[in-house]
Design a protein around this ligand. Structure first.
Ligand code: SAH
Length: 244
């Protein structure tokens, strides 16, 4: 097999945040596979086939990538941010389980800058101490588990980053998440809404949990919740490295 699959992260939006490694893979590719808006970020060129697909077909997309590579194609599977964070890398490995000889494939995962790190950098250093990332979507897990994880993470004193915080299909869940956070962290804890970081639509807002409203988040927002120690210094926000 001379084909390969590179599972690449395109970063949060700005072309300056695409790594040289990902750029090189895209330059060498014969095929690019991914969700429509991510494939739209790839400049067309002769010899490159673009395969944009809808959002909910991750396993089909992953199988398609492996099939093309087995036929000798050089395939880049694109995700936004990092491909290992709520994105395509795990889907490709899940599809790989169906192959008799997984190691016959040449698969590389090329990291990218994930939304929470791009957002944290814009804000200052809110993730300067221990933190966790939680996907608030209940597409792939029950909502009860989301609630349990965010309650326990809050009790454990983690700063938190929430991906997929809110969508039109489930408007009440983020409101419920805010209620749980207010119970566990108290009204003065700081929460940041970082929307479309590193794109022309970027918007950042930090408020207390008491002031937080569900409609401050949408699906282009990553939400960062600080710990009891997270504080402002001038226009920056940070969590001291020595916090408990
Ligand atoms: N693999 C991606 C995450 C995909 S899940 C990554 O590593 O960033 C999609 C979620 O990521 C969105 O709902 C939003 O919460 C977050 N996200 C992606 N790009 C973003 C950006 N530029 N600004 C803010 N949040 C973003």
């Amino acid at each position: 097999m001379t084909g390969w699959v590179a599972i690449a992260g395109l970063g949060p939006g700005d072309e300056a945040l695409v790594t040289p490694e990902v750029r090189a893979a895209l330059d060498a590719a014969t095929d690019v596979i991914g969700y429509i808006p991510y494939v739209a970020r790839i400049a067309p060129r002769p010899g490159l086939a673009l395969h944009p697909t809808d959002n909910r077909v991750e396993l089909e997309r992953a199988t398609h990538a492996l099939d093309l590579a087995a036929a000798g194609h050089r395939v880049v599977v694109v995700s936004s941010g990092d491909p290992g964070v709520f994105a395509m890398a795990a889907a490709v490995f899940e599809a790989l389980e169906k192959w008799p000889d997984p190691d016959a494939h040449d698969i590389r995962v090329l990291p990218g800058i994930t939304a929470m790190l791009a957002a944290a950098a814009r804000l200052g250093a809110p993730l300067g101490h221990d933190f966790c990332a939680i996907n608030l979507s209940d597409n792939l897990k029950p909502w009860a588990l989301v609630e349990r994880r965010l309650r326990l993470a809050a009790q454990a004193g983690f700063a938190m980053a929430f991906y997929n915080p809110r969508s039109r299909n489930r408007p009440h869940q983020f409101s419920r998440a805010l209620d749980i956070l207010r119970e566990e962290c108290g009204p003065e804890c700081l929460i940041s809404f970082a929307r479309a970081v590193s794109t022309p639509d970027e918007a950042l807002k930090t408020v207390t949990l008491a002031e937080a409203e569900p409609d401050m988040a949408d699906m282009r927002t990553v939400v960062i919740v600080g710990t009891a120690a997270t504080r402002r210094v001038g226009r920056y926000l940070y969590t001291p490295r020595s916090s408990g």
